[in-house]
Design a protein. Structure first.
Lengths: 489, 452
């Protein structure tokens, strides 16, 4: 029931939202709907683990072996919680942004929330694919209609890139479904196939499925769509893309790839890990050279997600738990960074770091909150990202799946240092230093932005100091996934 | 219908007569299917009215009804002989019913001839248009040639069958020896039907004919006729030749790959939406050919679903195209501002043609892909088809981008009526409904079989 509500509430309110006729009504309605979804999410947290409220399964396409079945286990709970928490923050933080025909904008945003929720709670492969594509369409319209100057070509490139990946994934999913005894798409049947698919079949199946996830995350060298798309999209949509859609890729790895094709995951783990590490270092180096604020955050995002992907292929319990926690943390932290980028653009009219300076003198409240978020980006202790990254690094370091674990850990650690370089550099040049004509007109942040950033900062510190509740959520699922990956069982 | 034109000159009356006729046909077909017969003829085992064929009929008649309702007025602009145009459409439908329910190869030949000849006439119905005359001549010459090939193939099959019969059931049960005669017969039949459905490399007549014919008849040919011949094709290979697939499946695979490739790549380079749709219909035909490679229940369900969804979407897009002043992509610029309902429904149709989930087109493509994957062979073709589908996104989305994201004066010739918009919305709703619940259509296959 609850997962169905997660999908239905944004879907219905999104469709209704198209018919509202004023900007204020549209904004208010969107915020209201996302708060209701958040309330349902918190209710779901309070319900016992084996309650029937947490799952639903209805007949959908019996000839094709597909049911509409959704469930909330540890992994999907964390991610749907992330979605439920993010959308209100996004709406609050971008409250003052102006859009043409805002009712369409907010309707599409809510539809994308429905699609995202569907991806995370689906336990049927065809349903998963369905929502995977459905999350893409509203984002395509959002970016193309309200984005920057080069939005049409950039969004189209993003769409076709992602679409090719998803179609290949569809072929892979169909292949696996046809080889299950009952031609079914259910998750349990997919997991049962893990020892039955031949090794050579697993090899090419792995790549067909992985390409879609690799494009989504993105992993070098399939990342070229990302910086342009993040830069050209309206910032609220960038928040959705970066904080939430990226997690679809990592989620897909953990739910649909590693437990179903464990042999191939072990076999190709080194190749993928190498690509991840190269991507992390490459992206961090490029981030150092960036002048545009949005592109800097975009490249930093590639580096962070690369680490998560690396840890998934390290296949240790600590690593898996770290991935799940870090997905939540990264979502929150990167939201904070994007909120700041949006603020700065709105107040000063520019995103170029070289043109900014001395904002701390004019907007001290913003500076304080930003520094906390930036320190979380660097994964300083006391922030949530530290917990996540510590677990990730432990996972990679103690990994028995690869003989290069030490090398990978060291290279990944280098990116932490690089991350500190570009983040602190950015803070120094944007916030500290002399006030210049561009920034002299800036006033301190208003209430809505304070609320949004404040919530983020509280979450950062709270999870950083007391991560136990989230850790408990993740432990069972991590063990479960690893159990499936040990295919001899 | 033909003689209706004698009695009245009123265009509305003629159109209404056509609509009533189609509705009666549809109702009659459905009733017949369920077992209530108005008249029973002994067809000597030449026709077999099974669920597959009857559903194919229903889809064709319903799609024609939609076409007439949406584009009836555009037919009036073509020339003076409105009643004759409707009469020719009805004759074509007659041929279509033969092609979907035949059991004897002679019936297949008859059906294809009956449906082709009115089409030659319809193609050239704009008598003063040079392009139209050229299109009609090309169509007639190449069509007759291919029908000749078909007859030769049928003759070979007759010679190769042990009992000397035209009935395709017999070809299957008698398990004829695979002689060169049989193989030649199969290949000739395949080639001639591939010509009719414009599969590559037999598609060269298609762009000129589709472009030269009046757009409303292009719409008719590219959708209803094409999908009905596909239904017939699946029937032929399913009942006749499924025992020895190795002979002909590799041909079909190569033809399908070539069709997908040529159709999609050339559609990318078109500047006129009408020609783009012509080439895209070639590409969609490539997808439908995939059904021949597996011939399972899923494939047969899939071809019917594809027929319904593809017809609905293409008829909708053509209906809107006919109202536009300018047939190029730039002509659609800014349409969303001027005519939001039109733009929204066209977007749904284009998303369905591209195969995006939530539209019927996704499930249609899915059934095709799934049926081929289930055989375990031709996986290279599946991946190729999927990549071609990604390419098709480019030219379908060009129209969406022009409508929504570009500023322009995209306008229609005259303001569309509320009835027109309502019909488009209904059609779009059908497409989306089939995208969420394809069983609505395929569940109809569970009815009782009508035995002759």
């Amino acid at each position: 029931m609850i997962p169905v509500l997660f999908i239905l509430i944004p879907l219905v309110s999104g469709l209704i939202g198209f018919f509202l006729k004023s900007a204020r009504a549209a904004r208010g309605w969107a915020l209201f709907s996302s708060l209701i979804t958040l309330a349902v999410a918190l209710w779901g947290l309070s319900v016992g683990k084996d309650s029937t409220l947490l799952k639903a399964s209805v007949e959908w396409l019996p000839d094709l072996g597909s049911r509409f079945s959704v469930r909330l286990d540890g992994l999907s709970t964390i991610l749907s919680l992330l979605v439920a928490v993010s959308f209100p923050i996004i709406f609050i933080a971008t409250w003052r942004d102006e859009y043409r025909r805002p009712w369409n904008f907010f309707g599409l945003m809510l539809l994308s929330q429905a699609g995202l929720m569907g991806v995370f709670v689906a336990t049927d492969a065809l349903l998963f694919y369905f929502f995977w594509e459905l999350a893409l369409i509203p984002v395509y319209f959002l970016c193309s209609q309200w984005g920057g100057e080069r939005r049409i070509q950039v969004t189209f490139k993003f769409f076709v890139y992602t679409f090719v990946g998803s179609l290949l994934m569809l072929v892979g999913l169909i292949w696996i479904a046809w080889h299950t005894p009952g031609h079914s798409f259910a998750m349990e049947d997919f997991y049962a196939m893990r020892s039955k698919i031949q090794a050579n079949d697993q090899m090419w199946l792995f790549w067909i499925l992985f390409i879609a996830f690799a494009i989504k995350m993105p992993i070098w060298p399939l990342h070229t769509w990302q910086p342009d798309t993040y830069e050209q999209a309206p910032t609220a949509v960038t928040m959705v893309l970066s904080a939430l859609m990226v997690k679809m890729g990592v989620f897909g790895l953990m739910r649909w790839l590693a437990p179903v094709l464990p042999e191939a995951t072990w076999a190709w783990g080194d190749t993928v890990s190498t690509a991840c590490v190269i991507g992390m270092i490459y992206a961090s180096l490029i981030a150092i050279k960036q002048d545009d604020l949005k592109r800097l955050i975009a490249y930093s995002s590639i580096a962070h997600v690369g680490l998560m992907c690396l840890a998934v292929f390290a296949t240790t319990s600590i690593g898996m738990q770290g991935v799940m926690i870090q997905m939540f943390n990264h979502g929150i932290n990167i939201l904070g960074m994007w909120v700041v980028a949006d603020l700065i653009e709105r107040k000063t009219g520019t995103r170029k770091i070289s043109q900014l300076g001395g904002l701390a003198q004019k907007a001290p409240g913003l500076a304080i909150l930003l520094v906390v978020v930036a320190l979380a980006n660097i994964a300083l202790p006391l922030t949530n990202a530290f917990i996540g990254e510590f677990l990730l690094f432990s996972g990679v370091f103690t990994s028995t799946a690869t003989q290069y674990n030490v090398i990978f850990t060291v290279m990944a650690a280098v990116t932490i240092v690089l991350g500190a370089v570009y983040t602190l550099n950015m803070i120094k040049r944007v916030f500290f230093g002399e006030v210049n004509p561009v920034t002299s007109g800036v006033t301190d942040i208003k209430m809505n932005e304070k609320v949004a950033l404040g919530v983020i900062v509280i979450l950062i510190v709270a999870v950083g100091v007391y991560p136990k509740p989230i850790l408990e959520l993740t432990q069972q699922t991590a063990e479960f996934i690893l159990g499936k990956m040990n295919y001899k069982l | 219908m033909m003689f209706g034109g004698v009695f009245t000159n009123s265009k509305t009356a003629i159109r209404n007569l056509a609509v009533v006729g189609l509705v009666v046909l549809l109702a009659g077909n459905y009733a017949d299917w369920l077992g209530h017969h108005i008249l029973v003829l002994n067809v000597h085992k030449m026709l077999f009215f099974d669920n597959f064929g009857m559903l194919g009929n229903s889809i064709a008649i319903a799609a024609t009804l939609m076409l007439v309702l949406l584009s009836g007025r555009d037919m009036e602009k073509v020339g003076h002989n409105l009643a004759e145009y409707y009469a020719l459409i009805f004759f074509t439908l007659c041929g279509i019913t033969l092609v979907t329910t035949y059991n004897s190869l002679l019936m297949l030949f008859l059906g294809i001839e009956i449906l082709s000849i009115p089409l030659y006439i319809l193609t050239g119905s704009e008598k003063r248009n040079l392009k139209g005359n050229e299109a009609a001549l090309k169509y007639f010459l190449m069509g007759s040639f291919s029908t000749g090939l078909m007859l030769l193939g049928i003759a070979f099959l007759y010679g190769a069958s042990p009992t000397g019969s035209f009935v395709i059931d017999d070809l299957w049960t008698a398990k004829p020896a695979v002689t060169p005669l049989l193989a030649a017969g199969i290949v000739l039949l395949l080639v001639s039907i591939a010509f009719k459905v414009s599969a590559a490399p037999f598609h060269f007549w298609t762009p000129d004919v589709y472009d030269g014919a009046p757009t409303v008849f292009t719409s008719f040919v590219a959708t209803i006729v094409k999908v009905s011949i596909f239904v017939g094709l699946v029937r032929l290979f399913d009942e006749g030749f499924s025992v020895n697939p190795d002979q002909w499946q590799i041909f079909v695979a190569i033809i399908a790959a070539a069709t997908l490739f040529i159709g999609n790549i050339t559609a990318v380079f078109q500047q006129s939406v009408k020609r783009m749709l012509a080439y895209s219909s070639i590409a969609q035909a490539g997808f439908m050919l995939l059904a021949l490679l597996s011939l399972t229940g899923v494939a047969k369900d899939g071809i019917l679903l594809y027929a319904a969804v593809y017809s609905a979407a293409t008829i909708g897009v053509f209906a809107v195209l006919m109202r536009m002043k300018d047939y190029t992509f730039e002509g659609f610029n800014g349409l969303a501002r001027q005519q939001p309902v039109l733009a929204a429904t066209v977007t749904i149709f284009l998303l369905s043609l591209a195969g995006i989930p939530l539209t019927g087109g996704f499930f249609a493509k899915y059934y095709m892909l799934s049926s081929v994957v289930s055989t375990g062979k031709y996986l290279w073709l599946v991946i190729f088809a999927v990549l071609c589908a990604a390419v098709s996104v480019y030219y379908y989305f060009r129209v969406i981008q022009a409508m929504y994201f570009k500023e322009g004066e995209g306008t229609t010739e005259f303001a569309p009526s509320a009835g027109f918009k309502g019909l488009l919305v209904l059609l779009a709703a059908v497409v989306v409904l089939l995208g969420v619940w394809p069983n609505l259509l395929l569940g109809q296959l569970q009815h009782f079989i009508y035995t002759w």
